[in-house]
Design a protein around this ligand. Structure first.
Ligand SMILES: Cc1cc2nc3c(=O)[nH]c(=O)nc-3n(C[C@H](O)[C@H](O)[C@H](O)COP(=O)(O)OP(=O)(O)OC[C@H]3O[C@@H](n4cnc5c(N)ncnc54)[C@H](O)[C@@H]3O)c2cc1C
Length: 543
């Protein structure tokens, strides 16, 4: 089995070449006018001491629990900026005592029984790609121990119903393995988050993830037909139906529950035929407001492009898809059933009458999404997490935050957030940051702006600087009327001045009551979404 990096993105053999690493360093030096850029060495697992596990492995669970050093390192954090920064700095004060690798649902039931009886906190773990502290194993002092429960052995497509185009799939399957299996039946889930390679179906459902298609089916929610979840008090399985009006949906409670209610073990998922027709193009704008308006008109036209990504001029420049003078709208269409040239032509016509310009002929081949401006942007998108590792080593904060907003005040919201973020980062870090925006998803009634920034810090200040920036952006996003997250989930990091403010208090009471009914001793992912039944565990961002 390929080993994943405990300090960065991807597998241990997926590293930047020396040239790529040097290119990132020169970019940092140029942007912040630095003569020298200090760089931390890549940490070695054997150089890191971990506290001795507080929990003894019971004989009955010997086959599924591990105290392996590398596994404990790998399961201490997810993949957010501070996760990688702490790993790079060799800070592992609160690793899981043990890591569990159940082989089937019965193992999950037995693990939760044992943890519940012994006051051991359980952190469900899919691919560990959380960027909001969702899999972190710090749970305070009220537990006798903590385990990370990794679903990777529940990795099978169990059944395919071709007629209804749906499949029963185990929660621990990773994106590529899932698509490989579905391809054999000419089907696809067609859910591709940027973290696709290193995240799992269960993680997507637990976090309400967003795939990279921009309209129509974007969130995993749209594909869930039914779910099975093991809670400390029993198994909850919903009925498999194409739609139902029978009261509040049980699946709605499971989707987005981020591991605080139980462990999702499998789900029936709606599938699609594999697209074979593709068509794509891009439109340039001098004026951002016009570009946003064009995006709105296309989103409301009923054309439903697969990609409808508006990059502001800086975002285009940063990703090598422009010279920084024009805003770029990337459009693409795909279908398993019909040619899409007419759809693209109509979208381009809308964009052009709203003030955009484009060059003909557009690409209309099956591989069109891999060429031209779309292709350049796509390649940059895939490399981004590896580039971020190189920035972390140098203490440079290369991070993102995302939200959504209705069209009626979309423009003011985006402009204001960009400016306030720039100012806040300048004040906190003392240097001018780079702040860019793209729309990742668009809806008939609004859009999901995704902000990226590069901020100056050094290896010794990066955690403190990041914490201040994160608190500021959490607060601004919610104060300006957006949501604390469109698809990155809440975890622990988005609670501070964010979700804690946004969540309606009556709903928080309902969620707390729901948790205490299925998890009365509050062992499931304490501190995520809401306070655990054992009270506030304290978050490192607040200290
Ligand atoms: C480089 C990068 C790019 C990303 N791109 C995207 C993107 O495009 N779209 C997007 O939506 N997100 C993205 N993310 C965030 C992350 O990949 C998603 O939140 C993803 O859905 C997490 O899946 P996972 O399997 O890695 O879950 P994990 O990170 O392991 O867990 C996430 C949360 O779900 C819980 N959980 C996991 N599995 C289960 C289960 N079986 N039962 C109950 N709870 C469970 C965990 O306890 C935790 O709270 C990105 C992250 C990175 C680092």
């Amino acid at each position: 089995m390929q080993k994943r990096k405990f300090w960065g993105w991807g597998y241990q053999d997926q590293v930047l070449s020396n040239e790529e690493d040097a290119a990132i360093e020169s970019r940092i030096a140029a942007h912040f006018s630095l003569d020298e850029v200090p760089s931390l060495p890549i940490p070695l697992a054997e150089d890191i001491n971990l506290p001795t596990p507080r929990v003894k492995i019971p004989q009955t669970l010997e086959k599924v629990l591990s105290k392996n050093h590398l596994e404990r390192l790998n399961h201490t954090y997810g993949k957010s900026f501070p996760d990688l920064a702490r790993a790079m700095l060799k800070q592992f004060p609160h690793p899981p005592d043990l890591v569990a690798f159940p082989n089937d649902q019965e193992d999950v039931v037995n693990l939760l029984d044992w943890a519940d009886q012994n006051n051991i906190a359980v952190i469900p773990y899919g691919g560990g790609s959380s960027v909001c502290g969702g899999v972190e194993t710090y749970v305070g002092d009220d537990y006798s121990g903590v385990i990370s429960l990794d679903l990777r052995n529940l990795d099978q497509v169990l059944e395919i119903d071709k007629e209804s185009r749906a499949a029963r799939i185990q929660a621990g399957i990773f994106g590529p393995a899932l698509e490989d299996e579905l391809r054999k039946s000419d089907l696809t889930l067609r859910h591709f988050p940027q973290s696709f390679e290193h995240s799992t179906l269960g993680g997507w459902i637990a976090t309400r993830s967003g795939g990279h298609f921009a309209t129509l089916y974007t969130h995993i929610d749209d594909f869930v037909e039914s779910t099975t979840m093991v809670t400390p008090t029993g198994v909850i399985e919903s009925r498999r139906l194409p739609g139902s009006g029978a009261g509040p949906s049980p699946d709605r409670m499971v989707i987005g529950s981020e591991g605080i209610l139980g462990v999702i073990t499998e789900a029936w998922m709606r599938l699609q035929n594999r697209p074979i027709f593709r068509s794509s193009g891009s439109v340039e704008f001098d004026d951002y407001q016009k570009a946003l308006n064009a995006t709105r008109l296309i989103s409301q036209s009923g054309l439903y492009p697969a990609n409808c990504r508006l990059l502001d001029a800086n975002e285009a420049l940063f990703n090598g898809a422009g010279d920084g003078s024009k805003h770029l709208l990337i459009l693409s269409f795909e279908s398993a059933d019909h040619e899409l040239g007419t759809w693209l032509d109509r979208a381009l016509e809308i964009a052009s009458s709203a003030g955009g310009s484009y060059e003909k002929p557009q690409e209309k081949e099956p591989e069109a999404h891999r060429t031209g401006a779309s292709g350049t942007w796509r390649n940059s998108f895939i490399r981004a997490p590896f580039n971020r590792d190189a920035a972390v080593r140098r203490g440079i904060i290369w991070d993102t935050f995302e939200t959504s907003i209705t069209w009626d005040h979309g423009f003011e919201f985006i402009e204001s957030l960009k400016e306030k973020t720039r100012k806040a980062i300048h004040e906190i870090s003392g240097r001018e940051p780079n702040v860019t925006c793209r729309l990742t998803h668009t809806y008939p009634d609004g859009c999901a702006p995704y902000f990226s920034y590069t901020a100056y810090a050094t290896p010794s200040t990066m955690l403190d600087v990041w914490k201040q920036i994160k608190t500021a952006t959490n607060e601004m996003v919610v104060a300006e009327g957006g949501t604390i997250t469109h698809h990155h989930a809440v975890g622990r990091d988005h609670r501070v001045k964010g979700y804690d403010v946004q969540i309606p208090s009556g709903f928080k009471d309902m969620l707390t009551a729901a948790k205490s009914s299925v998890d009365p001793r509050s062992i499931m992912n304490p501190g995520v979404l809401i306070d655990s039944g054992k009270g506030k565990i304290g978050h490192w961002m607040e200290n």
